[in-house]
Ligand binder design. Structure first.
Ligand SMILES: [Zn+2]
Length: 580
């Protein structure tokens, strides 16, 4: 146990991100839990306590000068400020004070029901981002207790304090009526132990505090010697003396607190708990969906929406987010930035979106104007019905060689119906032909009348079929002699990770027997093969050992997806079985 403690303490010592010595501000929320109206202490009493914390933790307390000069070299300011929360964890404005009546007449020491609404307490606000302080009636003469860092349930983290030992006015009762109980408990919350180490001449894990025999009560006169020290530091906030007789933390305690905040409670420093909520004045919206028009003649996949947005607010609009969807597609988002004064508009072209079918509805909404809530949501959205042809926009890309007059090409459906063809091409020229293709299988055939292809002896030609949306290359090749045929199916166009490489699986298409080019795989490590149909239904899964053959002759003609896995790397192929 003790060894474990040493290790943790060593770690705390080494963790120090606050060398800059800049001050920190901790957001605080007070939970006033009252059973009688007298326990419902005033805002003024809470503010008196907050003032004490800000004085004690910055060593600007009016009694700091009473610290004996023997300790002048070790006393320190914690440089920690406490602010009353100005926003709730949900981002709504707050006073930082929660008042909650309870049927519980008093809470015993360490009674965790104080932390839960349903048990007569008050639920903590996110304890990583707020210091939660519960003020209640504690039984048994207990002044309060605190949870050490990383020492318990996240929902009970914070400090519980008796309403009679809180603040400097109202219900505060002498001798614990100067707010020092909370200073002491927050010392624990930041990982400080009692100055006597809770043992006879014990260890508080702080080097500069004198070793002392036991807790001091009431008020003492310096030097009050114990454990052969030069005097107990009974005026330390981590002793048990009266509020009027304590006034100091030390450099060692400060370093321990800073390191503990860095190690355990750093979220407090980035919390927005004390940043006021500024009411939104932003009002922006969509005034028109320009595209798609109601009766498009183009392809359904992709659709490129175009909308006009407008700033209705007297404040300029600098940023916003366009949220849009077609039919039941998932929501797409596009960020807009610019500068629109009141009633100005801007036209936006949105990223393409893939849909199927012919009858559609598009929904567009403008949200988060200037990263705020929109104060008038009635003008934020527009919808439109439209219709299209069925199909996917596909580009055929051909780059010719030095003898383009030898080249000709045909794009056809698998059943032989010709969609388009071309010849009389220019040398060393890039051609792009766009087609709206329905969900079927297709062939692209390219010929060279002289049998030298279009690459790579007399120029560097190549040819690809590219899905327009996201520029996905479906098939591509460059070398052939007299003729080459590329097969592709539109139904599979959405499988984005698909790799086509005729060298890896060959021949492709095949009547059913495929060969795997072993040079692409490590020797002696099994390859796991899985085959899927185009609806992603798995047809088989097997381990390929000591063979490079895949027998798919029992399957019908058509396109399949083959996944080969080795060393956790999966490569995906389209394979075409053609038994005709
Ligand atoms: Zn204590």
């Amino acid at each position: 146990m003790e060894q474990e403690r040493e290790k943790i303490e060593e770690k705390i010592k080494q963790t120090n991100q606050f060398n800059s010595k800049s001050s920190m501000t901790i957001p605080v929320v007070f939970h006033v839990l009252y059973n009688t109206s007298a326990q419902n202490i005033s805002d003024a009493q809470i503010m008196s306590q907050l003032d004490v914390l800000n004085e004690d933790f910055n060593r600007i307390n009016s009694d700091a000068f009473t610290t004996p000069t023997d300790f002048a070299a070790i006393v320190a300011s914690m440089q920690i400020n406490f602010c009353l929360a100005k926003r709730t964890p949900n981002g709504t404005p707050t006073t930082g004070i929660i008042r909650q009546q309870t049927n519980t007449s008093s809470f015993a020491l360490y009674d965790t029901s104080v932390h839960y609404n349903i048990l007569g307490g008050s639920n903590a606000w996110d304890t990583r981002k707020y210091l939660n302080i519960w003020i209640s009636n504690i039984s048994g003469g207990i002044l309060g207790w605190a949870q050490f860092p990383a020492a318990g349930n996240i929902n009970t983290d914070g400090v519980v304090i008796d309403y009679r030992h809180f603040g400097t006015i109202g219900t505060a009762i002498s001798p614990y009526d100067l707010g020092r109980t909370l200073t002491h408990e927050i010392g624990h919350y930041f990982n400080l132990f009692h100055i006597w180490g809770d043992n006879n001449c014990g260890n508080d894990w702080v080097n500069d505090t004198p070793i002392q025999e036991e807790a001091n009560f009431g008020c003492k006169t310096h030097p009050h010697i114990s454990c052969s020290n030069s005097g107990d530091m009974f005026m330390n906030f981590m002793d048990y003396t009266n509020d009027a007789c304590m006034n100091s933390f030390t450099i060692g305690q400060r370093n321990r607190v800073w390191n503990s905040i860095s190690m355990y409670r750093s979220d407090l420093l980035t919390s927005d708990g004390c940043i006021p909520v500024i009411p939104s004045t932003s009002d922006a919206g969509i005034i028109e969906i320009v595209n798609p028009i109601s009766n498009m003649s183009g392809c359904s996949n992709p659709i490129y929406p175009k909308v006009i947005i407008k700033n209705y607010s007297a404040d300029n609009l600098y940023t916003s987010v366009v949220k849009y969807s077609v039919n039941s597609s998932s929501d797409h988002y596009q960020y807009w930035s610019g500068d629109l004064s009141q009633n100005e508009t801007d036209t936006l072209l949105l990223s393409g979106i893939a849909i199927g079918g012919t009858s559609h509805i598009i929904n567009v909404e403008l949200i988060q104007p200037n990263n705020q809530a929109d104060i008038n949501i009635s003008n934020n959205s527009e919808s439109k019905l439209f219709s299209t042809e069925i199909g996917t926009s596909v580009n055929v890309n051909i780059i010719t060689d030095n003898y383009a007059n030898e080249t000709s090409w045909i794009l056809m459906e698998n059943n032989g119906i010709i969609i388009d063809s071309g010849d009389s091409l220019e040398n060393n020229t890039e051609y792009n032909f766009n087609y709206c293709l329905e969900d079927r299988c297709y062939k692209f055939v390219i010929n060279d009348s002289q049998g030298d292809g279009i690459c790579c002896n007399y120029g560097n030609g190549n040819y690809s079929i590219i899905k327009e949306l996201n520029n996905q290359v479906i098939v591509t090749a460059n070398q052939f002699t007299f003729s080459d045929t590329l097969y592709f199916c539109n139904t599979a166009l959405s499988i984005s990770e698909t790799i086509i490489n005729n060298n890896l699986i060959y021949p492709n298409p095949s009547v059913g027997i495929f060969f795997i080019n072993n040079s692409y795989f490590s020797n002696d490590i099994p390859i796991f093969a899985k085959l899927f149909d185009l609806s992603s239904k798995q047809l088989f899964s097997e381990e390929i050992k000591n063979t490079s053959t895949l027998n798919l002759t029992n399957l019908e003609s058509g396109m399949y997806i083959l996944k080969l896995e080795q060393n956790n790397i999966i490569t995906t192929y389209k394979v075409l079985i053609d038994k005709q």
